[in-house]
Design a protein around this ligand. Structure first.
Ligand SMILES: C[S@@+](CC[C@H](N)C(=O)[O-])C[C@H]1O[C@@H](n2cnc3c(N)ncnc32)[C@H](O)[C@@H]1O
Length: 308
């Protein structure tokens, strides 16, 4: 499997943790497993194996309506000092096979990877499917003001949360600083290149067909769509796009225990065999040194039109 190669120098430096000024945020730390770590692992494995044949019944729509109603971006990104402090950054740490990483690192790297792909190509439009509270597009929309971004999301509370912040210059600027690891002042503008719409991927996605060059991506959204995956992926691939990127926990990226855990949680545990489009080339990329999202791994699947 391939590792994603960052072309942009700054992005590469962040990915390789070589940015001196952010030394204290050092995203990746090697560590030795303590006895307590081993015990914790044992207990969590036991729980997984005891639940071997139980798959959690979920109501994803209800779960996420509640999540996005309760978690406002204004609260989360209101206090920049707190956001950039190493305490806050290092609050949630994920330990796996001797490598420890903070949770924010995964999101930053996903976004920086998408940013890199956009920089390499001249996309006119970028669509995110399962855009949640819009955080990814609220960041990307600022970096690429000349590109039109569309977020398609199941929940009305997610779409509402995105709309609430679209014109809030302070929160927008904090989101940008948080993900880019930059603390410099940027010209804060309202965004008029973002549209958020309610959409269930089980239904046809009504995005206009055009000559515009389009990128479609998902970030940890298919992971919530195990039950609707086959209809969902079909509708997504029916979109008239030049490139598709899925940053998701597909089976190919997991070890056998992770697959059980994903099943127990009612999360996506399928492989990428349904990701196919005639005239497109498919590649799978693992994350830098296998950095994981909490308890299971995610990876990148790219479908790229052969012509470019
Ligand atoms: C873990 S969140 C990720 C949100 C966002 N992509 C991010 O990176 O922050 C998953 C999102 O997928 C959405 N989702 C789940 N099922 C969906 C469906 N059938 N159609 C559209 N969106 C869906 C959920 O409502 C939720 O907002």
């Amino acid at each position: 499997m391939l590792s994603f190669k960052f072309k942009d120098k700054v992005l590469k430096a962040i990915a390789d943790r070589k940015i001196d000024s952010n030394e204290e945020l050092n995203p990746l730390i090697e560590f030795q497993l303590s006895k307590l770590d081993t015990l914790r692992d044992f207990v969590s494995n036991l729980k997984i194996y005891l639940n071997l044949f139980i798959s959690k019944k979920r109501n994803v729509s209800k779960e996420y309506e509640e999540i996005w109603s309760a978690k406002s971006l204004e609260n989360e990104f209101g206090d920049l000092k707190k956001l950039l402090s190493s305490n806050h950054r290092n609050f949630h740490r994920i330990k796996y096979r001797g490598l420890e990483s903070p949770r924010w690192w995964f999101n930053s790297i996903s976004l920086l990877m998408i940013e890199d792909v956009i920089k390499e190509n001249n996309f006119d439009e970028v669509l995110e499917i399962g855009s949640g509270n819009g955080i990814n597009l609220l960041y990307l929309g600022q970096i690429f003001p000349e590109i039109d971004f569309y977020g398609y999301e199941l929940t009305s509370s997610g779409v509402q949360s995105s709309q609430n912040v679209k014109n809030n210059k302070e929160i927008l600027s904090n989101i940008k600083k948080y993900f880019s690891l930059e603390n410099s002042d940027t010209n804060e503008k309202e965004l008029n290149n973002l549209k958020f719409k309610i959409q269930d991927v089980r239904n046809k996605i009504d995005h206009p067909i055009s000559d515009k060059k389009k990128l479609v991506f998902t970030n940890l959204a298919l992971e919530q769509m195990d039950k609707v995956y086959y209809e969902g992926i079909k509708n997504i691939l029916n979109l008239d796009a030049d490139e598709f990127i899925f940053i998701e926990p597909f089976r190919e990226f997991q070890n056998p225990k992770d697959i059980l855990l994903l099943k127990n949680k009612g999360y996506l545990s399928k492989n990428t065999s349904k990701i196919f489009k005639s005239g497109f080339k498919k590649d799978l990329f693992k994350f830098y040194r296998g950095v994981r999202k909490i308890k299971y791994a995610a990876g990148i699947v790219k479908l790229r039109k052969n012509a470019y």
